[in-house]
Design a protein around this ligand. Structure first.
Ligand code: B12
Length: 239
């Protein structure tokens, strides 16, 4: 199975092959269930809303409103693509403990931690998500090794961002370099009447970032994630 075929299968279903890396022990990538060591990891995700949101909206999981619809749809679509490539698949929601998907993604493509904790791409800003990791028992060629790509920006766009609007805009002051992300302050605000902008169009701190503006999630997609975030906090009695 060629990487191009996997990429095409993913694209046809609304997902994007984000990159590939060869794991080192410090990456904490597990072995395959056959005990064979994982030699390559293919990161799968989405960038912005685009094809991903359109494909998801046509899925049975969305239309039938099953529980955890996006995760269930992702599992149904990506697991057979991994199996076809003789691989196995892990998901960001597997856990706790969770696999360090952000760290893995930054091994596979150009991504940096941003001041608000989300990982930022010089191209699509924070408007990307990780949906799965396909583990393979063979070492496949890395399409664009991050360090070898002359076009890639190897420094974080946040280093040139003097104003840091992401740290100043949150109405709930949920982000600070010292304290990290106060997700309960965020959730309380988003669930309140004052938080309608965040709940209906997405996180204000993310939206104010100048990088990757054209990949900002459409309001319907942003509202879907916000509603899932708030729903879970309420279900757990956290807010
Ligand atoms: C647990 C978790 C959360 C928790 C965080 C709890 C906390 N202590 O802060 C909660 C439920 C609050 C959360 C919320 C969100 N999350 Co979250 N989350 C995860 C998850 C499942 C595990 C993180 C983890 O424990 N990693 C393992 C440890 C070892 O690594 P770590 O670096 O210490 O992990 C920390 C950070 O990931 C941080 N974190 C997680 N999510 C977020 C979101 C924000 C805004 C910030 C600042 C930090 C943060 O919390 C972790 C624990 O301290 C990951 C998926 C994954 N497997 O990585 C997604 C993930 C990190 N989340 C993500 C996102 C996008 C969000 C949301 C923005 C989703 C949304 N609604 O659209 C929301 C925030 C709401 C908002 N303002 O918009 C993305 C980040 C993508 C990126 N660009 O970097 C991930 C990778 C999921 C994905 N499918 O892509 N999340």
């Amino acid at each position: 199975m060629k990487l191009n075929d996997i990429s095409d299968d993913l694209l046809n279903s609304g997902f994007v092959l984000r990159g590939v890396f060869h794991p080192e022990p410090e990456d904490q990538v597990p072995d395959l269930s056959s005990d064979q060591p994982t030699q390559s990891v293919i990161m799968v995700g989405n960038v912005g809303s685009g094809d991903f949101w359109n494909a998801y909206k046509q899925s049975d999981e969305f239309l039938d409103a099953v529980s955890d619809p996006m995760d269930s749809w992702t599992k149904r679509i990506v697991a057979p693509i991994a199996a076809k490539a003789q691989g196995e698949v892990l998901f960001p929601s597997d856990g706790p403990p969770y696999y360090p998907f952000q760290k893995w993604a930054s091994r596979a493509e150009v991504l940096f931690p941003s001041p608000i904790g989300l990982f930022i791409s010089p191209e699509w800003g924070t408007w990307h998500a990780l949906r799965a990791a396909i583990l393979l028992p063979v070492k496949i060629e890395i399409p664009h090794a991050v360090s070898e790509d002359p076009g890639s920006c190897l420094t974080s766009p946040c280093l040139d961002c003097k104003d840091q609007p992401c740290l100043k805009t949150c109405p709930a002051d949920a982000f600070s370099i010292e304290q990290g992300y106060d997700y309960l302050a965020c959730a309380r605000h988003v669930a309140s009447d004052e938080g309608v902008s965040c709940s209906s169009a997405g996180c204000l701190a993310r939206r104010v970032c100048p990088i990757g503006q054209e990949y900002t999630l459409c309001s319907e997609h942003a509202a879907f994630h916000m509603s899932a975030f708030i729903g879970e906090r309420k279900r757990l009695g956290e807010i």
